[in-house]
Design a binder for this molecule. Structure first.
Ligand code: PEP
Ligand code: MN
Length: 343
């Protein structure tokens, strides 16, 4: 159920509606919109009688929401969510609502030199956000597991120097506070896409979250995972399509670009595409990054390494700085055609 308020409704009117929702034993969520505020209701086991609200002061209409992912659905919030980020020195970045964001950097933070070199080069080519994993969830326990706290400190240094907000993965609810201290955006990786305790913990952190699609998640499961974070009061969620597991082994994952227009219709949250993890193949990444922009995604995230042949993690999918620079040129050209802002 969604209670649409009149544009002239007062804060007291809205609070009265919220109180009524609480009195009924449910949870109200105030959703500010461009023209007016709405109050979404969750926690109701079945339909709520619109008659409870229809005649309250300031109420325009009470409508039921058909989707189980209530708070992330466009029915609840018709306008695009724009995620705003404050970088170092008060710089601000936006993503969504016609602003396309490029996230780039190494798969893993290996050394200070490697990360700073990657950060400088992607910034110079026009990336807006720096990516880099400090805590690495690896399939094999014998693979490089990341530089952890040391890596977070290196990312913070790269952030301070380049002015780029940083996204990095958090793999354990116990690390959320530590990662949130250094990062601007907390990444939930594909392997934790349905780790509900972790989703609740990042919701509580109040930091913007980048939620990757589980490698076997349906679109519904993906949106329900996002719902966990938004239900926790954190609306700054960026979805990320990174490929799903299908019967095809030659492309590592199947990058589901066909899901993007549908997801854009179903949810107000921005969605970006990670063609690096989606294919595992640097030769395929530029074409799919361009396709992601053309298909309506709000951003891309690509692995860039100063020397991919020496990468400790995901070298075969990492772009060289030169290839990344030429990818940025082609993205700028497509952005013009698509009439989206790529700054
Ligand atoms: C990553 O982006 O570093 C990563 C591990 O991605 P994914 O969770 O999509 O495999
Ligand atoms: Mn990786």
């Amino acid at each position: 159920m969604l209670i649409l308020m009149h544009p002239t409704a007062t804060p007291e009117d809205v609070e009265q509606v919220a109180t009524k929702v609480r009195d009924l034993g449910f949870t109200p969520h105030k959703m500010p919109g461009a023209q007016r505020i709405a109050v979404a209701i969750t926690g109701n086991p079945g339909p709520v009688d619109p008659g409870f609200f229809a005649h309250m002061p300031g109420v325009f209409e009470a409508v039921s929401i058909s989707k189980p992912w209530k708070l992330v659905s466009r029915e609840t919030h018709p306008h695009d969510t724009v995620v705003s980020l404050k970088g170092p020195n008060g710089t601000a970045s936006r993503l969504g609502g016609g602003v396309f964001g490029v996230f780039a950097g190494p798969c893993a933070v290996e050394t200070r030199e490697q990360t700073l070199a990657a950060a400088r080069t992607v910034r110079e080519s026009g990336a807006r956000f720096l990516r880099g994993g400090a805590y690495k969830p690896r399939t094999s326990p014998y693979s490089f597991q990341g530089t952890k706290l040391e890596g977070l400190k290196i990312l913070a240094e790269a952030r301070a120097e380049t002015g780029m907000p940083v996204v990095t993965e958090v793999i354990d609810p116990q690390h959320v506070d530590q990662v949130a201290e250094y990062a601007d955006i907390l990444q939930i990786g594909t392997r934790n896409a349905q780790n509900f305790a972790l989703l609740e913990a990042v919701a509580e952190s109040g930091k913007p979250v980048m939620l990757k699609r589980g490698m076997s998640s349906t679109i519904q499961e993906f949106l329900m995972a996002a719902e966990y974070i938004v239900k926790g009061g954190n609306y700054n969620v960026i979805l990320c399509e990174r490929g799903i597991r299908t019967f095809e082994p030659m492309t590592r994952n199947t990058l589901d670009l066909g899901s993007i227009p549908l997801i854009k219709r179903l949810t107000h949250l921005p969605i970006i595409v990670d063609p690096s993890h989606g294919t595992g193949d640097a030769l395929s990444v530029p074409a799919l990054a361009r396709a992601a922009l053309a298909v309506g995604a709000d951003g891309v995230m690509v692995d860039v390494h100063p020397d991919p042949s020496k990468a400790l993690c995901d070298g075969p999918q990492s772009l060289t700085p030169a290839i990344f620079a030429s990818l940025m040129d082609s993205l700028r050209a497509i952005a013009q055609v698509m009439k989206v802002e790529l700054v």
